[in-house]
Design a protein around this ligand. Structure first.
Ligand SMILES: *[C@@H]1O[C@H](CO)[C@@H](O)[C@H](O)[C@H]1NC(C)=O
Ligand SMILES: *[C@@H]1O[C@H](CO)[C@@H](O)[C@H](O)[C@H]1NC(C)=O
Ligand SMILES: *[C@@H]1O[C@H](CO)[C@@H](O)[C@H](O)[C@H]1NC(C)=O
Length: 466
């Protein structure tokens, strides 16, 4: 080949002009020794780049996350909802004979009739000739369950100002009637000074002599108040969450607010579903709906404390069917598909106790509330819920590597190892395109370019003639 032809070869031209470092060095290397050196250097850089490139791509597609924890300080911190339930559903003195008959399966796990109840020591009242027809657990709870009228909650204070029953929202829970303070998620109360005197405080009379439950029928054997600090958008699940407070104490419940932001797949596992009976997707809401669905499909009725539109179960069905199904759900034999929500607010609590009441309260305040000094110790629960510090924690799940980082990493590696950029790709493409054109041209040659092949034919002819 002549030197002219050599210059026109696309490889030569590409290698000589490309901005890919090194390739032109091979062409213009002063000696064979340097040429070999350049070839070796280029081969090792290219394999280095290939290795880094593949590990970066693998890293990216493993969708790793990192967790970012921040402590945010604020002048005001949104106060959580506080739900309280007495660990007893029905007050004994309010129940009539017929109510006992109706609830007996639920309370004592045996079906009693009017005669056995009277034989057991109950004084006959005007309901002895009534029937249980038309009765339901929800109405009974509302009329004869735990309430927070002024005599049951003599003291309720928010930031030094008195609050009443009207500042609470009622709901049915595992423990019967429950009441939520600050339940309005759109207008939440805020705490603007730290400390126990700046939060929420209440004194509840448990009326422990009114307790009607036994452990054997799936009830409780404890005496106390169940308290849960939660996000108002999240329905409380009092059986599995919350803290239990015993009478004769003042519980100081110090709260920390934690916001979680989780990532959608493939980085995380969070998902916000649409719930049927709650506006916001929350884990508790999903669990409650799931429990309700399982119970309704097996027992054709809905327990009073679960959401839904099915008719409420009567106490006998509660005992014979509902409890079994709920046990199966709790044991995991019946599944609930509840993914983690993408944003959630949770509250962690730490509780400390002081004895309550002191001598002065016992002697002078107890009579004012209509209690004697022994009664108040055995029945009174006092709690304060407050922020000890006006800050909250924000835990965010972040992508370990996002698209921009991947691009800049690849860019860095390309620069470090092969001195290339996106525009260099165009150069390579231009070269490949020329090669392709040349290749296609060669294959068309036999039909088109007869003239150029003539010299060979002549030569051959000459040979042939010889
Ligand atoms: C219930 O029925 C019995 C017998 O019929 C009757 O003697 C009694 O007075 C009735 N009690 C009430 C409270 O109506
Ligand atoms: C309690 O309710 C009353 C009357 O509805 C209202 O004026 C007051 O602001 C409420 N207090 C709190 C702390 O929400
Ligand atoms: C609920 O229904 C399923 C399917 O019909 C059955 O296998 C299961 O034993 C039932 N559970 C209860 C507690 O009745």
């Amino acid at each position: 080949m002549s030197p002219e032809e050599e210059k026109e070869s696309p490889e030569k031209e590409f290698a000589g002009n490309t901005t890919l470092h090194g390739l032109n060095r091979i062409v213009i290397a002063p000696s064979g020794y340097f040429r070999v050196l350049w070839v070796l250097a280029i081969l090792s850089s290219y394999s280095g780049f290939a290795y880094m490139f593949s590990t970066m791509i693998i890293d990216y597609f493993s969708y790793d996350t990192i967790t970012d924890t921040k402590l945010e300080f604020d002048d005001e911190v949104i106060f959580p909802a506080v739900t309280i339930c007495n660990m007893n559903k029905f007050d004994e003195s309010k129940l009539k004979i017929i109510d006992f008959v109706y609830l007996s399966m639920f309370l004592y796990a045996v079906q009693l009739d009017v005669d056995t109840i009277i034989a057991g020591g109950a004084i006959p009242d005007e309901t002895v000739n009534s029937t249980t027809e038309g009765m339901n657990v929800e109405d009974l709870l509302l009329q004869k369950g735990f309430d927070i009228h002024w005599n049951r909650m003599p003291l309720c204070i928010w930031k030094g100002v008195h609050c009443t029953e009207r500042n609470f929202t009622h709901s049915f829970g595992h423990y019967g009637n429950c009441y939520t303070f600050n339940a309005d998620a759109d207008n939440p109360l805020k705490q603007s000074m730290q400390g126990s005197s700046q939060g929420f405080m209440a004194f509840i009379d448990l009326k422990v002599d009114e307790y009607t439950e036994t452990y054997t029928a799936g009830g409780n054997a404890e005496v106390g108040l169940k308290l849960l600090v939660h996000d108002p958008r999240e329905p409380p699940m009092m059986d599995t969450q919350g803290i239990a407070l015993a009478p004769g104490n003042h519980a100081f419940v110090s709260v920390k607010r934690i916001l979680y932001e989780n990532h959608v797949p493939p980085w995380g596992v969070c998902e916000d579903r649409q719930l049927e009976y709650y506006d916001t997707y929350t884990l508790n809401g999903c669990y409650l709906e799931c429990r309700s669905k399982h119970v309704v499909s097996n027992c054709s009725c809905r327990p009073y404390n679960l959401p839904g539109t099915a008719p409420t179960c009567d106490p006998t069905t509660m005992f014979t069917c509902v409890n079994d199904v709920l046990d199966q759900v709790i044991r995991g034999e019946l599944k609930c598909d509840c993914p983690v929500p993408c944003r959630m607010t949770s509250y962690s609590t730490s509780v400390s106790y002081a004895g309550w009441p002191n001598r002065h309260t016992r002697t002078y305040l107890a009579p004012y509330w209509g209690m004697d000094s022994n009664y108040i110790t055995a029945n009174g629960v006092v709690f304060s819920v407050f922020y000890e510090k006006l800050n909250y924690q924000k835990i965010t799940e972040l992508k370990a590597m996002d698209g921009g980082q991947l691009a800049s990493n690849i860019g860095g590696m390309m620069g470090l190892f092969i001195g290339a950029s996106l525009l260099t790709l165009l150069e390579v493409w231009e070269y490949l395109w020329q090669r392709l054109k040349g290749f296609l041209g060669k294959h068309r040659r036999p039909t088109v370019i007869d003239v150029k092949t003539q010299p060979h034919d002549i030569e051959r002819g000459i040979v042939f003639h010889k």
